[in-house]
Design a protein around this ligand. Structure first.
Ligand SMILES: Cc1cc2nc3c(=O)[nH]c(=O)nc-3n(C[C@H](O)[C@H](O)[C@H](O)COP(=O)(O)OP(=O)(O)OC[C@H]3O[C@@H](n4cnc5c(N)ncnc54)[C@H](O)[C@@H]3O)c2cc1C
Length: 463
């Protein structure tokens, strides 16, 4: 009997195992092949899924755009290939039945056809989204769409996503082996036969087809050098360490703002949303997203009033100064922080005034007002590097996409070896995009591995 080995039981590995099982059944070949999922964890699959989305699992996004991803062309080709395999035509013949209201309120009212803001209501999910939505619909998952297209399970718990996956895994016929951390993979002799899988407990397994789905952190620990090159990974999508003299005074304060990442005076990327000051630097979704582009020495420029043009901001500050001095009379002295009262927290106002170089002992001059306006529109922090790696959501690097065919996820020079998920050098911003990639590439790799196992002629005899 031929063996399909799936290495890693996270999002991509589970999708691959389920898809491979379904495909073997569809081809009437379930008796010819066994699927074994090797997972490093001592007792459960999908543990990594439980921690996602703050325990709620933002499992996909209703507006998947390949341009959001690193290695865009590869991702687009893979998503289109999966759509073809799933029989999804442009603008989706798949009507996902698991979708609940597309509003941020997450109304419990089923809407039938999936309606997303900015799309004609007659249109459903696009080719990039539909296969994953159909996959989860078929598993029985219900979900709701929140702000910016983020999709969460209706039960609001990551465990409900894992529940449906585990139930489907049971049905798929895949066998799971725990405490199996792959240490090295070796190619079949003369390119024919079976891959050798060496585990850290000293055991060896053989398989005709292998799907590597060990995630971004896991892939660096696997010696793949005899089959495929693998770059070291580094954490991204996390907090940034910056010049801490300013941020430590605002530790744990959250602000809604816009943040621009600048390099040598040019804009690299801009994000709007919530920023969290920490004693070491800055965190929050918009910082996480910028961390994918940030290098040491770059500057983060924080705009505390992003919807107010700079001329309006100047005018507003002058109007506040005038209003306050009229109230205080001739002898009253306006504190710069008073001008900002009501617009931002006192601690933030205090720090901004300090950064603007305002001397609290002197009356607030026109020059002071203009300096304060400039700092409100662009508090500058120098990036020192990525923050705590444990808080980072993805890794960059790993298996080069150049070594894989996006039509199948199979290695170009190592036939029978497939890869999926974060083990590949693909990452995206927060919002469900990374899990969407894990499911999509896992489904594609699983179906491709099953088809290749069934169609392979005479393999497995060379060993
Ligand atoms: C805190 C946190 C929150 C996140 N929230 C979101 C979110 O809400 N939405 C989103 O889209 N993305 C989120 N992400 C990113 C997302 O979780 C990953 O992109 C996704 O899980 C990658 O899936 P994967 O299957 O490739 O890898 P993983 O989920 O990391 O799974 C890899 C699996 O392989 C196993 N493994 C590792 N090494 C070996 C080995 N040598 N041998 C055998 N098994 C091995 C691991 O135990 C694990 O089970 C979050 C990440 C983190 C860390």
């Amino acid at each position: 009997m031929k063996k399909i080995a799936i290495i890693g039981g996270g999002a991509a590995g589970l999708a691959a195992a389920i898809a491979a099982g379904n495909e073997l059944a569809r081809l009437g070949a379930a008796d010819e092949c066994e699927i074994v999922l090797f997972e490093a964890d001592p007792e459960r699959v999908g543990r990594s899924i439980l921690a996602t989305g703050n325990g709620r699992c933002n499992f996909s996004n209703a507006h998947i755009d390949p341009a959001c991803y690193r290695n865009t062309d590869f991702v687009e080709a893979a998503l289109r290939s999966l759509a073809r395999l799933s029989g999804v035509s442009e603008w989706g013949s798949a009507q996902p039945v698991g979708a609940y209201g597309a509003s941020a309120q997450g109304s419990a009212q089923p809407v039938g056809a999936f309606e997303a803001p900015g799309r004609e209501s007659t249109q459903s999910a696009s080719v990039f989204e539909a296969p994953v939505q159909r996959f989860f619909s078929d598993l029985g998952l219900m979900w709701r769409e929140e702000g910016e297209g983020r999709m969460y399970p209706a039960a609001n718990k990551a465990s409900s996503v894992l529940d449906v996956l585990r139930a489907a895994l049971d049905v798929s016929g895949a066998r799971v082996e725990f405490r199996k951390a792959l240490r090295a993979i070796e190619a079949p002799a003369r390119g024919k036969g079976r891959f050798h899988l060496r585990f850290s407990d000293g055991t060896i397994a053989h398989a005709e087809k292998v799907v590597l789905a060990v995630g971004g952190r896991g892939v660096s620990a696997v010696d793949t050098s005899s089959v495929i090159p693998c770059e070291l990974t580094r954490p991204v999508l996390g907090p940034l360490v910056t010049d801490s003299r300013i941020t430590r005074q605002l530790n744990n304060i959250r602000v809604k703002c816009a943040v621009s990442l600048e390099r040598s005076g040019s804009l690299v990327a801009r994000e709007e949303g919530e920023l969290l000051f920490r004693d070491y630097g800055v965190s929050g979704v918009c910082v996480f997203n910028l961390s994918r582009f940030a290098c040491e020495g770059d500057v983060l420029s924080i705009d505390f009033l992003p919807h107010m043009p700079s001329a309006d901001r100047d005018a507003w500050l002058f109007a506040r100064r005038k209003h306050l001095s009229a109230r205080l009379g001739e002898n009253g002295q306006i504190a710069a922080e008073d001008v900002l009262r009501g617009a931002m927290l006192p601690q933030v106002a205090q720090v901004l005034c300090k950064c603007a170089g305002i001397d609290p002992a002197r009356p607030l001059s026109k020059k002071d007002v203009l300096a304060l306006s400039r700092v409100i529109g662009g508090l500058r922090l120098t990036v020192r590097g990525i923050g705590d790696a444990k808080q980072c959501q993805v890794s960059r690097g790993g298996l080069s996409i150049a070594a894989f065919d996006p039509q199948t996820m199979e290695a170009v020079r190592a036939s029978g070896l497939f890869a999926a998920g974060e083990a590949l050098d693909v990452d995206a911003p927060c919002g469900g995009y990374n899990l969407h990639w894990a499911w999509s590439s896992g489904l594609l790799a699983g179906v491709s591995a099953a088809r290749s196992a069934v169609s392979a002629d005479g393999e497995g005899e060379g060993e």
